[in-house]
Design a protein around this ligand. Structure first.
Ligand code: GDP
Ligand code: MG
Length: 137
């Protein structure tokens, strides 16, 4: 998405596109997810937000409050600790609702941890399948 050597990534209206935000804790993922959702909503997309941060306390509340403010539908759980499960359920739900930009907010860590990379790989591999036409993953 941010590779200057490639054409700029752009989701396509009416197609089911999933974008996953990955980064260290506090790097601005959740805030940027909101800006990304809000911007695309204003130009005619139907965005949705999935909270796959089950690591940091308050992460779902943060997403929920901000998503409510910009009036974008969201999915998450206070009980479920497996981010993969939440993403599979959330993406499935929003695909059914014809959302064309499904934004997945993931958890961060204080430094690059092997466990975090593994979690991101699992979240990603569960959602890269036919029907996901964007290669923004
Ligand atoms: N100044 C500034 N602060 C930001 C920006 N984006 C996020 N923040 C702040 O950085 C902190 C962490 O942001 P958050 O989106 O929760 O990061 P996350 O842990 O990666 O999801 C919060 O206090 C945000 O308000 C930005 O573009 N500029
Ligand atoms: Mg966050």
């Amino acid at each position: 998405m941010l590779d200057a050597g490639k054409p700029a990534f752009a989701p396509k209206k009416g197609k089911s596109c999933v974008v996953m935000f990955v980064g260290l804790q506090g790097s601005g993922k959740t805030t940027t997810c909101m800006k990304f959702a809000h911007y695309h909503q204003k130009i005619g997309f139907k965005p949705a937000l999935v909270c796959a941060d089950t690591f940091r306390a308050g992460a779902f509340d943060q997403l929920k409050q901000n998503a409510t403010k910009i009036m974008v539908p969201f999915y998450g759980s206070y009980m479920e600790s497996d981010p993969v499960k939440i993403v599979v359920e959330g993406v499935e739900r929003f695909r059914k609702e014809n959302c064309d930009l499904i934004i997945v907010d993931t958890s961060g860590r204080h430094k690059q941890e092997a466990a975090l990379f593994e979690e991101m790989r699992q979240v990603r591999s569960n959602e890269t399948r036919p029907g996901n036409i964007c290669d923004g993953w």
